[in-house]
Design a protein around this ligand. Sequence first.
Ligand SMILES: [Zn+2]
Length: 319
Amino acid sequence: MNYIVLDLEWNQCPYGKEMENKELPFEIIEIGAMKLDSKKQCVGKFTRLIKPVVYKEFHSYTQNMLSLTMKDLKNGESFVKVMKDFLEWCGEEYIFCTWGSTDLIELQRNMKFHGLEPLAQGPFKFYDVQKVFSLVFEEDVKARRSLEYAVDYLNILKTATFHRAGEDAMYTMQVMQKMSYSDMERYYSIDTFQRPKNRKSEVYAIFEKYSKYISKEFSSKEEAMADREVASTRCYLCGKPARKKIRWFSGNGRMYFCQAYCENHGFLKGKIRMKKVSEGTFYVIKTLKLVSKEEALEIKQKQEEVRKKRREKRKNQTP
Ligand SMILES: [Zn+2]
């Protein structure tokens, strides 16, 4: 297995969002990657500049951040050629490791724009080094630190500037070398650029403290929430259906919550994120987590708040 530590630089429309190409809001201009073996030894390096075809001037943000000129990029190669070389370089069996989850999304969006075959047929596993860093070193679930913060935190020698793909990939690799592969595996991530196409390719993942389910696509929120698999609350420790104490409810139609009780393991908190793909296409990401009685009570309070707001809204509507 090869561990491919990937970093990308991209440009965006210099004339603002209204003028951008909706199919390609971020155009990749540089790919940098490091290859690690199973002992975390660096066994390869890949850095290439890409000649842009959509945005031929820099957005001010890109310009200020990158130490690159358009003249540099004009000497770059086509995205298709670079990707072909890159995927060949990755090898037969590999897993991506990135700082945050956006690089893989933009990589796949650029591949789609250029008519390349998708990286995978459905969701795939990767390591988000940024997320793992916070969990391992700061025991923080929500923090998302900058790469430079992590480099400083771990006393890694700063030998190059940040915000160039090759250098950022190298720093990400060095941060990763301070972690164990079992830590990475414990907190792995799932890329969902390609959603599950059908029931069979839906994702069920069990982590230490929660379970995650990624559904196939539905044509409405209502259809998704009416689906038995989506609504189910199986305990991820014993696999038994946990009885719902509070049915799925939502305040804003984007997040849904529920509370269930497993006879063997206690209270479960259910959370569904409703993801809109396009008009008439939705899928859900459901997480179930065993929680204390106090945390379970918070769900009850949340439900009451939602009900109260709804009542007030109704009252205000009546003339
Ligand atoms: Zn259980």
